[in-house]
Design a protein around this ligand. Structure first.
Ligand SMILES: C[S@@+](CC[C@H](N)C(=O)[O-])C[C@H]1O[C@@H](n2cnc3c(N)ncnc32)[C@H](O)[C@@H]1O
Length: 220
């Protein structure tokens, strides 16, 4: 499907559920690619700013400099990259399922590299990123209804070097939903000694109609 001028992307996102397929998501975001930034701005979407701000603070606390390598998983049109860039970071990379959204991100000239990849596959095999590549990862707006389930947290851990940081948000509507399995996966990764919790923050104004939890973990 080509992008549409008056496409009601948010209206479609609200219809997604645990059975939504990746093909449906690709179709939705292709159609929404050109108007996504304006629409989420109108929805007062604060996710990218909140997560980038928290990660920026922690990276500085942990002694990283502005050349720290950061992978933005599910980067979409690049709103998170823009926020990280505003914090002075220069070594930002992006990955997304949708080529149309990657094209929009590319036009912003912020990312050092952009690639298509799929989160949530067995053994991270469809992500297309070797293990332990980045100092940090950030993932916003992806752990939400109809998008990526708890299994996608394996990808978050996979891409980061030991000692590095992972920052991600989980939309409150599905945060405790066993079908998505976020808590189970987070607890499993902690029990296996793969990561440890650094911070957990509730953001009531994630966007004007919803709230989210924001986590930072250190990869072990
Ligand atoms: C709500 S948008 C968030 C985009 C961006 N992070 C932001 O905050 O504006 C969700 C993004 O997740 C991407 N996505 C959904 N499922 C994915 C998957 N399995 N693997 C990679 N990206 C995925 C979509 O293509 C879309 O760009």
């Amino acid at each position: 499907m080509m992008e549409e001028e008056n496409y009601d992307g948010y209206g479609h996102v609200k219809q997604l559920n645990a059975d939504t397929t990746k093909e449906e998501l690709v179709q939705l975001y292709s159609a929404w690619s050109k108007t996504y930034d304006k629409d989420v701005h109108d929805l007062a979407y604060l996710g990218p700013a909140v997560a980038a701000d928290q990660l920026s603070k922690k990276l500085k606390e942990f002694g990283y400099k502005s050349d720290v390598s950061i992978l933005d998983l599910g980067c979409g049109t690049g709103l998170v990259g823009e926020e990280l860039h505003n914090h002075g970071f220069q070594n930002i990379h992006g990955l997304d399922l949708s080529q149309e959204l990657l094209n929009v991100a590319q036009e912003k000239g912020i990312y050092r590299s952009l690639q298509q990849g799929l989160m949530g596959s067995d053994g991270c095999k469809d992500l297309g990123v070797p293990a332990n590549q980045y100092d940090a990862v950030i993932c916003v707006g992806v752990f939400t209804s109809g998008h990526v389930k708890g299994k996608g947290l394996d990808d978050v851990v996979h891409v980061v070097k030991p000692g590095g940081l992972a920052s991600f948000g989980v939309n409150e509507t599905v945060a405790d939903d066993p079908e998505y399995g976020y808590h189970k996966k987070m607890n499993q990764l902690s029990a296996e000694g793969r990561w440890k919790l650094i911070s957990k923050i509730h953001e009531p104004q994630y966007f004007k109609e919803g709230s989210a939890w924001f986590y930072i973990y250190q990869i072990v």
